[in-house]
Ligand binder design. Sequence first.
Ligand SMILES: C[S@@+](CC[C@H](N)C(=O)[O-])C[C@H]1O[C@@H](n2cnc3c(N)ncnc32)[C@H](O)[C@@H]1O
Length: 232
Amino acid sequence: MFTKTAKQYDDVYSYKDYEGESELITTLVRERVPNATTLLDVACGTGKHLEHLSKSFECQGVDLDTEMLKISEERMPEARLHNGDMCEFSLNSKFDAVTCLFSSIGYTKTVDRMEEAVSNMANHLNPGGMLLVEPWITPEAWIPGRVHADKYETGDGFVLRMGVAEPVDRGRLVLEYMIGNSNGISKVTETHEMGWFTHDEYSNAFTKADLKLEYLEEGLTGRGIYIGLKPE
Ligand SMILES: C[S@@+](CC[C@H](N)C(=O)[O-])C[C@H]1O[C@@H](n2cnc3c(N)ncnc32)[C@H](O)[C@@H]1O
């Protein structure tokens, strides 16, 4: 996960249009749950979707990584944020919409755990509520051995990041960072244990969780979107 690079996360992903994505999420929710007032973002990371979604909904967030949550808390000191695993967190509240964005579901790694996460998120929906999951890449898009490298500006220096897609199970990403600023250069290695899932595996998980499934091929960022409506 991003524990050791949480402070660099927003710079690395500065290309993402969190505001535009949040507007689209709001539209998707309003079209299906017109009276929705509450939203839970699971695996909320540094809170950049929550920041925008809070304009339309009373929001809460969950994330497993306390370093990522700290940044969410700095961004939104008044928000209710919870430390928990998407497969087993348990809140006393239910929500009109639950989201799990930017491939976070891939961190469940196995089909069993992905199904547990979908079921747990569905259990936090009010009747008539909507679950929205943005998947990780498809098995066809996973290229074992692929290497990528990028440079990002951080305001006080640069991050250089190189990653390799290791040919292990359903996907393991090893990322090496060089983080440079006026204090010097530090190096960090991160291993992201993830799992790609097929369309049928995601669809089965939604069906098993008693959600009425809808799939939008383009989604927010081209990776598709799974939407599940909980019966009234
Ligand atoms: C790619 S980041 C996405 C963060 C945020 N949703 C965004 O769009 O920027 C993946 C997030 O999933 C979180 N995560 C990984 N495994 C998790 C789990 N089992 N339960 C909850 N959060 C998890 C990580 O800590 C990280 O914040």
